[in-house]
Design a protein around this ligand. Sequence first.
Ligand code: SAM
Length: 351
Amino acid sequence: MTRIGKLQDATIHPIIGMDEPLHYRNKAQVPIGEKDGKLIAGFFKPRSHEIVETRESIIQHAKINEAVQVVKDIFSGLAIPAYNEQTHKGVLRHIMARYGKQTNELMVVLVTRTSSIPFVEKVVKEIVARLPHVKSIVQNINTKKTNVILGDSTQVLWGSEVIYDFIGDVKFAISAKSFYQVNPDQTKVLYEKALEYAELTGEETVIDAYCGIGTISLFLAQKAKKVFGVEIVPEAIEDARRNAELNNITNAEFAVGPAETVITDWYKEGNTADVLVVDPPRKGCDETLLHTIIEMKPKKVVYVSCNPGTLARDLRILEDGGYQTVEVQPVDMFPMTTHVECVSQIVLKNG
Ligand SMILES: C[S@@+](CC[C@H](N)C(=O)[O-])C[C@H]1O[C@@H](n2cnc3c(N)ncnc32)[C@H](O)[C@@H]1O
Protein backbone atom coordinates (compact mmCIF):
# COMPACT_ATOMS: atom_id res chain seq x y z
CA MET A 1 0.00 0.00 0.00
CA THR A 2 2.87 2.36 0.72
CA ARG A 3 5.12 1.38 -2.18
CA ILE A 4 2.58 1.01 -5.00
CA GLY A 5 -0.32 3.10 -3.68
CA LYS A 6 1.79 5.77 -1.98
CA LEU A 7 -0.87 5.86 0.72
CA GLN A 8 -0.01 8.24 3.54
CA ASP A 9 -2.82 8.22 6.07
CA ALA A 10 -4.55 4.87 5.64
CA THR A 11 -4.63 2.45 8.57
CA ILE A 12 -3.44 -0.95 7.39
CA HIS A 13 -4.66 -3.52 9.90
CA PRO A 14 -2.99 -6.83 10.72
CA ILE A 15 -4.44 -9.82 8.82
CA ILE A 16 -7.53 -11.44 10.34
CA GLY A 17 -6.62 -15.13 10.39
CA MET A 18 -8.93 -18.10 10.57
CA ASP A 19 -9.59 -19.65 13.98
CA GLU A 20 -9.14 -23.14 12.57
CA PRO A 21 -7.13 -22.70 9.40
CA LEU A 22 -7.40 -26.31 8.18
CA HIS A 23 -10.10 -28.34 6.41
CA TYR A 24 -11.86 -25.15 5.32
CA ARG A 25 -12.49 -25.80 1.61
CA ASN A 26 -15.99 -26.80 0.60
CA LYS A 27 -15.19 -27.87 -2.96
CA ALA A 28 -12.73 -30.24 -4.62
CA GLN A 29 -12.21 -31.25 -8.23
CA VAL A 30 -9.89 -34.23 -8.19
CA PRO A 31 -8.39 -35.85 -11.30
CA ILE A 32 -8.64 -39.63 -11.54
CA GLY A 33 -6.00 -41.96 -12.93
CA GLU A 34 -4.89 -45.57 -12.64
CA LYS A 35 -1.97 -47.21 -10.92
CA ASP A 36 -1.33 -50.95 -10.66
CA GLY A 37 -4.81 -51.70 -11.99
CA LYS A 38 -6.59 -49.54 -9.44
CA LEU A 39 -8.05 -46.06 -9.60
CA ILE A 40 -6.19 -43.25 -7.89
CA ALA A 41 -7.32 -39.73 -7.02
CA GLY A 42 -4.89 -36.93 -6.33
CA PHE A 43 -3.05 -33.89 -7.56
CA PHE A 44 -0.95 -33.36 -10.65
CA LYS A 45 2.78 -33.28 -10.01
CA PRO A 46 3.94 -29.70 -10.80
CA ARG A 47 4.21 -29.02 -14.54
CA SER A 48 3.17 -32.57 -15.43
CA HIS A 49 0.13 -34.70 -16.10
CA GLU A 50 1.20 -37.32 -13.60
CA ILE A 51 -1.27 -37.85 -10.76
CA VAL A 52 0.20 -38.18 -7.28
CA GLU A 53 -2.23 -40.20 -5.17
CA THR A 54 -3.56 -38.10 -2.28
CA ARG A 55 -5.89 -39.56 0.31
CA GLU A 56 -6.27 -36.46 2.38
CA SER A 57 -5.89 -32.77 1.68
CA ILE A 58 -5.54 -30.85 4.92
CA ILE A 59 -7.28 -27.79 3.52
CA GLN A 60 -10.34 -29.75 2.33
CA HIS A 61 -13.28 -30.40 4.62
CA ALA A 62 -13.21 -33.98 6.00
CA LYS A 63 -16.55 -34.69 4.28
CA ILE A 64 -15.01 -33.73 0.93
CA ASN A 65 -11.95 -35.94 1.46
CA GLU A 66 -14.23 -38.80 2.46
CA ALA A 67 -16.52 -38.34 -0.54
CA VAL A 68 -13.65 -38.42 -3.04
CA GLN A 69 -12.18 -41.61 -1.56
CA VAL A 70 -15.54 -43.38 -1.32
CA VAL A 71 -16.54 -42.57 -4.90
CA LYS A 72 -13.13 -43.55 -6.23
CA ASP A 73 -13.31 -46.89 -4.35
CA ILE A 74 -16.81 -47.57 -5.71
CA PHE A 75 -15.65 -47.04 -9.31
CA SER A 76 -12.49 -49.07 -8.64
CA GLY A 77 -14.53 -51.92 -7.12
CA LEU A 78 -16.72 -52.08 -10.22
CA ALA A 79 -13.62 -51.93 -12.47
CA ILE A 80 -14.88 -48.82 -14.28
CA PRO A 81 -11.82 -47.38 -15.99
CA ALA A 82 -10.35 -43.94 -15.34
CA TYR A 83 -10.04 -41.56 -18.25
CA ASN A 84 -6.67 -41.73 -19.97
CA GLU A 85 -5.50 -38.41 -21.42
CA GLN A 86 -3.08 -40.00 -23.88
CA THR A 87 -5.48 -42.46 -25.49
CA HIS A 88 -8.63 -40.35 -24.85
CA LYS A 89 -10.31 -43.55 -23.62
CA GLY A 90 -11.80 -44.60 -20.29
CA VAL A 91 -14.70 -43.15 -18.31
CA LEU A 92 -14.10 -41.21 -15.09
CA ARG A 93 -12.14 -37.96 -15.52
CA HIS A 94 -12.71 -36.10 -12.26
CA ILE A 95 -14.62 -36.46 -9.04
CA MET A 96 -16.00 -33.17 -7.87
CA ALA A 97 -17.51 -32.76 -4.42
CA ARG A 98 -19.23 -29.74 -2.87
CA TYR A 99 -20.31 -29.48 0.72
CA GLY A 100 -22.64 -27.10 2.54
CA LYS A 101 -21.03 -26.78 5.95
CA GLN A 102 -24.06 -25.10 7.55
CA THR A 103 -26.54 -27.59 6.09
CA ASN A 104 -24.43 -30.79 6.02
CA GLU A 105 -25.51 -31.31 2.40
CA LEU A 106 -23.16 -33.01 -0.03
CA MET A 107 -23.08 -32.94 -3.83
CA VAL A 108 -21.10 -35.45 -5.86
CA VAL A 109 -20.34 -34.66 -9.49
CA LEU A 110 -19.03 -37.48 -11.68
CA VAL A 111 -17.18 -35.96 -14.62
CA THR A 112 -17.07 -38.55 -17.38
CA ARG A 113 -15.87 -38.77 -20.96
CA THR A 114 -18.74 -41.05 -21.93
CA SER A 115 -22.43 -40.26 -21.71
CA SER A 116 -23.15 -43.63 -20.13
CA ILE A 117 -21.55 -44.92 -16.95
CA PRO A 118 -21.28 -48.71 -16.63
CA PHE A 119 -23.32 -50.09 -13.68
CA VAL A 120 -24.67 -46.60 -13.06
CA GLU A 121 -27.51 -47.81 -10.83
CA LYS A 122 -25.07 -49.70 -8.63
CA VAL A 123 -22.78 -46.67 -8.48
CA VAL A 124 -25.62 -44.41 -7.33
CA LYS A 125 -26.94 -46.95 -4.81
CA GLU A 126 -23.54 -47.38 -3.24
CA ILE A 127 -22.83 -43.65 -3.05
CA VAL A 128 -26.16 -43.09 -1.30
CA ALA A 129 -25.50 -45.98 1.10
CA ARG A 130 -21.94 -44.96 1.98
CA LEU A 131 -22.36 -41.16 2.06
CA PRO A 132 -25.65 -40.67 3.93
CA HIS A 133 -25.55 -36.86 3.78
CA VAL A 134 -25.43 -36.83 -0.04
CA LYS A 135 -28.32 -34.79 -1.43
CA SER A 136 -27.32 -34.60 -5.05
CA ILE A 137 -25.49 -36.88 -7.49
CA VAL A 138 -24.80 -35.29 -10.83
CA GLN A 139 -23.05 -36.45 -13.97
CA ASN A 140 -21.15 -33.96 -16.08
CA ILE A 141 -20.08 -35.13 -19.51
CA ASN A 142 -16.85 -33.80 -20.94
CA THR A 143 -16.05 -35.48 -24.27
CA LYS A 144 -13.28 -33.08 -25.24
CA LYS A 145 -9.50 -33.45 -25.21
CA THR A 146 -8.96 -30.57 -22.82
CA ASN A 147 -7.74 -29.73 -19.36
CA VAL A 148 -10.90 -27.73 -18.68
CA ILE A 149 -12.61 -29.84 -16.02
CA LEU A 150 -16.34 -29.50 -16.69
CA GLY A 151 -18.07 -30.17 -20.00
CA ASP A 152 -21.24 -28.58 -21.32
CA SER A 153 -23.79 -31.22 -20.41
CA THR A 154 -24.93 -31.90 -16.86
CA GLN A 155 -27.64 -34.30 -15.69
CA VAL A 156 -28.95 -35.23 -12.28
CA LEU A 157 -28.51 -38.94 -11.54
CA TRP A 158 -30.10 -38.88 -8.11
CA GLY A 159 -31.59 -36.35 -5.69
CA SER A 160 -31.66 -32.62 -6.15
CA GLU A 161 -30.03 -30.39 -8.77
CA VAL A 162 -28.67 -28.11 -6.05
CA ILE A 163 -27.43 -28.17 -2.48
CA TYR A 164 -27.85 -25.26 -0.08
CA ASP A 165 -25.53 -23.38 2.24
CA PHE A 166 -25.60 -20.18 4.29
CA ILE A 167 -23.26 -17.21 4.63
CA GLY A 168 -24.57 -15.43 7.70
CA ASP A 169 -28.36 -15.45 7.30
CA VAL A 170 -28.29 -15.55 3.51
CA LYS A 171 -29.11 -18.89 1.90
CA PHE A 172 -27.46 -19.94 -1.35
CA ALA A 173 -28.46 -22.60 -3.87
CA ILE A 174 -25.33 -24.19 -5.30
CA SER A 175 -25.42 -26.18 -8.53
CA ALA A 176 -22.56 -28.20 -10.03
CA LYS A 177 -21.42 -25.25 -12.11
CA SER A 178 -22.25 -22.24 -10.00
CA PHE A 179 -19.58 -20.13 -8.36
CA TYR A 180 -19.61 -20.18 -4.58
CA GLN A 181 -16.95 -19.00 -2.15
CA VAL A 182 -14.71 -21.92 -1.12
CA ASN A 183 -14.29 -20.70 2.45
CA PRO A 184 -17.70 -19.50 3.66
CA ASP A 185 -16.53 -19.00 7.29
CA GLN A 186 -13.95 -16.40 6.31
CA THR A 187 -16.26 -15.01 3.62
CA LYS A 188 -18.63 -14.11 6.42
CA VAL A 189 -15.78 -12.34 8.26
CA LEU A 190 -14.88 -10.45 5.07
CA TYR A 191 -18.47 -9.45 4.25
CA GLU A 192 -19.14 -8.32 7.80
CA LYS A 193 -16.15 -6.00 7.43
CA ALA A 194 -17.48 -4.79 4.07
CA LEU A 195 -20.85 -4.13 5.71
CA GLU A 196 -19.19 -2.27 8.60
CA TYR A 197 -17.20 -0.12 6.12
CA ALA A 198 -20.36 0.65 4.10
CA GLU A 199 -21.92 2.18 7.27
CA LEU A 200 -25.46 1.60 6.03
CA THR A 201 -28.47 3.09 7.80
CA GLY A 202 -31.20 1.64 5.60
CA GLU A 203 -31.52 4.77 3.44
CA GLU A 204 -28.72 4.15 0.97
CA THR A 205 -28.61 3.18 -2.65
CA VAL A 206 -25.70 0.80 -3.18
CA ILE A 207 -24.07 -0.39 -6.39
CA ASP A 208 -22.21 -3.72 -6.18
CA ALA A 209 -19.90 -3.90 -9.20
CA TYR A 210 -18.47 -7.31 -10.19
CA CYS A 211 -21.21 -8.92 -8.10
CA GLY A 212 -20.87 -12.57 -9.23
CA ILE A 213 -23.83 -14.53 -7.87
CA GLY A 214 -24.75 -11.59 -5.69
CA THR A 215 -23.22 -12.75 -2.41
CA ILE A 216 -22.17 -9.24 -1.32
CA SER A 217 -25.28 -7.62 -2.83
CA LEU A 218 -27.63 -9.88 -0.85
CA PHE A 219 -25.61 -9.41 2.32
CA LEU A 220 -25.81 -5.60 1.98
CA ALA A 221 -29.46 -5.57 0.82
CA GLN A 222 -30.48 -6.53 4.36
CA LYS A 223 -29.22 -3.12 5.56
CA ALA A 224 -29.65 -0.85 2.50
CA LYS A 225 -32.62 0.75 0.77
CA LYS A 226 -31.71 -0.62 -2.63
CA VAL A 227 -28.81 -2.59 -4.12
CA PHE A 228 -27.93 -2.82 -7.81
CA GLY A 229 -25.53 -5.65 -8.73
CA VAL A 230 -23.60 -5.74 -12.01
CA GLU A 231 -21.77 -8.76 -13.40
CA ILE A 232 -20.47 -9.81 -16.81
CA VAL A 233 -21.41 -13.53 -16.66
CA PRO A 234 -25.12 -14.07 -17.47
CA GLU A 235 -25.37 -17.42 -15.59
CA ALA A 236 -24.04 -15.76 -12.42
CA ILE A 237 -26.76 -13.12 -12.65
CA GLU A 238 -29.38 -15.85 -13.04
CA ASP A 239 -28.04 -17.38 -9.81
CA ALA A 240 -28.05 -13.96 -8.13
CA ARG A 241 -31.73 -13.40 -9.01
CA ARG A 242 -32.64 -16.92 -7.87
CA ASN A 243 -30.80 -16.40 -4.58
CA ALA A 244 -32.56 -13.07 -3.99
CA GLU A 245 -35.89 -14.85 -4.45
CA LEU A 246 -34.82 -17.73 -2.19
CA ASN A 247 -34.20 -15.22 0.59
CA ASN A 248 -37.28 -13.04 -0.12
CA ILE A 249 -34.96 -10.12 -0.81
CA THR A 250 -36.90 -7.69 -2.99
CA ASN A 251 -34.64 -4.63 -2.86
CA ALA A 252 -31.81 -6.09 -4.96
CA GLU A 253 -31.73 -5.81 -8.76
CA PHE A 254 -29.15 -7.29 -11.09
CA ALA A 255 -27.84 -6.33 -14.52
CA VAL A 256 -25.62 -8.25 -16.93
CA GLY A 257 -22.71 -6.51 -18.64
CA PRO A 258 -19.27 -5.01 -18.11
CA ALA A 259 -19.37 -2.91 -14.93
CA GLU A 260 -17.45 -0.10 -16.65
CA THR A 261 -20.14 0.20 -19.35
CA VAL A 262 -23.29 -0.49 -17.34
CA ILE A 263 -22.42 1.82 -14.43
CA THR A 264 -21.09 4.56 -16.72
CA ASP A 265 -24.37 4.43 -18.69
CA TRP A 266 -26.39 4.56 -15.46
CA TYR A 267 -24.43 7.62 -14.40
CA LYS A 268 -24.92 9.33 -17.76
CA GLU A 269 -28.67 8.73 -17.39
CA GLY A 270 -28.51 10.68 -14.12
CA ASN A 271 -28.32 7.84 -11.58
CA THR A 272 -26.00 7.89 -8.59
CA ALA A 273 -25.25 5.80 -5.52
CA ASP A 274 -24.39 6.55 -1.91
CA VAL A 275 -22.06 3.58 -1.61
CA LEU A 276 -20.22 1.78 -4.36
CA VAL A 277 -18.80 -1.67 -3.69
CA VAL A 278 -16.29 -3.27 -6.05
CA ASP A 279 -14.96 -6.82 -5.94
CA PRO A 280 -13.04 -7.15 -9.21
CA PRO A 281 -10.95 -10.07 -10.52
CA ARG A 282 -7.18 -10.12 -9.88
CA LYS A 283 -6.44 -7.52 -12.55
CA GLY A 284 -8.37 -4.92 -10.55
CA CYS A 285 -10.94 -2.36 -11.67
CA ASP A 286 -11.25 -1.17 -15.21
CA GLU A 287 -9.92 2.40 -15.36
CA THR A 288 -13.14 3.66 -16.99
CA LEU A 289 -15.06 2.44 -13.94
CA LEU A 290 -12.67 4.24 -11.56
CA HIS A 291 -13.15 7.47 -13.51
CA THR A 292 -16.93 7.03 -13.45
CA ILE A 293 -16.73 6.59 -9.67
CA ILE A 294 -14.67 9.78 -9.39
CA GLU A 295 -17.29 11.67 -11.41
CA MET A 296 -20.29 10.05 -9.71
CA LYS A 297 -18.86 10.89 -6.28
CA PRO A 298 -20.47 8.25 -4.06
CA LYS A 299 -19.70 9.17 -0.44
CA LYS A 300 -18.11 5.82 0.18
CA VAL A 301 -16.36 3.14 -1.82
CA VAL A 302 -15.83 -0.32 -0.35
CA TYR A 303 -13.16 -2.17 -2.29
CA VAL A 304 -12.90 -5.95 -1.87
CA SER A 305 -9.79 -7.31 -3.53
CA CYS A 306 -7.97 -10.61 -3.98
CA ASN A 307 -4.82 -8.87 -5.26
CA PRO A 308 -3.15 -6.28 -2.99
CA GLY A 309 -1.00 -4.98 -5.90
CA THR A 310 -3.89 -3.93 -8.12
CA LEU A 311 -5.81 -2.73 -5.05
CA ALA A 312 -2.95 -0.33 -4.19
CA ARG A 313 -2.78 0.87 -7.82
CA ASP A 314 -6.55 1.55 -7.91
CA LEU A 315 -6.55 3.26 -4.51
CA ARG A 316 -3.96 5.68 -5.88
CA ILE A 317 -6.25 6.54 -8.80
CA LEU A 318 -9.19 7.12 -6.41
CA GLU A 319 -7.01 9.23 -4.11
CA ASP A 320 -5.89 11.38 -7.03
CA GLY A 321 -9.58 11.79 -7.90
CA GLY A 322 -10.58 13.20 -4.51
CA TYR A 323 -10.98 10.15 -2.30
CA GLN A 324 -9.16 9.11 0.83
CA THR A 325 -8.39 5.55 1.88
CA VAL A 326 -9.30 5.23 5.54
CA GLU A 327 -8.66 1.57 6.30
CA VAL A 328 -7.38 -1.58 4.63
CA GLN A 329 -8.23 -4.85 6.34
CA PRO A 330 -6.62 -8.06 5.04
CA VAL A 331 -8.54 -11.29 5.72
CA ASP A 332 -7.01 -14.74 5.29
CA MET A 333 -9.58 -16.44 3.09
CA PHE A 334 -7.23 -19.16 1.86
CA PRO A 335 -5.06 -20.32 4.79
CA MET A 336 -1.92 -22.31 3.90
CA THR A 337 -1.70 -20.53 0.55
CA THR A 338 0.02 -17.29 -0.44
CA HIS A 339 -3.25 -15.52 -1.24
CA VAL A 340 -4.84 -12.83 0.87
CA GLU A 341 -8.10 -10.95 0.45
CA CYS A 342 -8.44 -7.29 1.49
CA VAL A 343 -11.37 -5.04 2.17
CA SER A 344 -10.87 -1.33 2.16
CA GLN A 345 -12.90 1.74 3.10
CA ILE A 346 -12.48 4.80 0.91
CA VAL A 347 -14.36 8.05 1.54
CA LEU A 348 -14.97 11.13 -0.54
CA LYS A 349 -12.90 14.04 0.79
CA ASN A 350 -15.13 17.04 1.51
CA GLY A 351 -18.04 14.69 0.81
C1 SAM B 1 -13.68 -11.72 -7.48
S1 SAM B 1 -15.18 -12.14 -8.29
C2 SAM B 1 -16.37 -11.43 -7.24
C3 SAM B 1 -17.58 -12.26 -7.06
C4 SAM B 1 -18.60 -11.85 -6.02
N1 SAM B 1 -18.43 -10.57 -5.45
C5 SAM B 1 -18.67 -12.89 -4.97
O1 SAM B 1 -18.09 -12.72 -3.89
O2 SAM B 1 -19.29 -13.94 -5.24
C6 SAM B 1 -15.13 -11.07 -9.67
C7 SAM B 1 -16.34 -11.15 -10.59
O3 SAM B 1 -16.24 -10.14 -11.59
C8 SAM B 1 -16.77 -10.64 -12.82
N2 SAM B 1 -16.24 -9.75 -13.88
C9 SAM B 1 -15.05 -9.80 -14.52
N3 SAM B 1 -14.90 -8.75 -15.34
C10 SAM B 1 -16.03 -8.00 -15.21
C11 SAM B 1 -16.48 -6.77 -15.79
N4 SAM B 1 -15.73 -6.09 -16.65
N5 SAM B 1 -17.68 -6.29 -15.40
C12 SAM B 1 -18.46 -6.96 -14.51
N6 SAM B 1 -18.09 -8.12 -13.95
C13 SAM B 1 -16.90 -8.64 -14.29
C14 SAM B 1 -16.34 -12.06 -12.83
O4 SAM B 1 -17.15 -12.84 -13.67
C15 SAM B 1 -16.50 -12.45 -11.33
O5 SAM B 1 -17.78 -12.96 -11.07
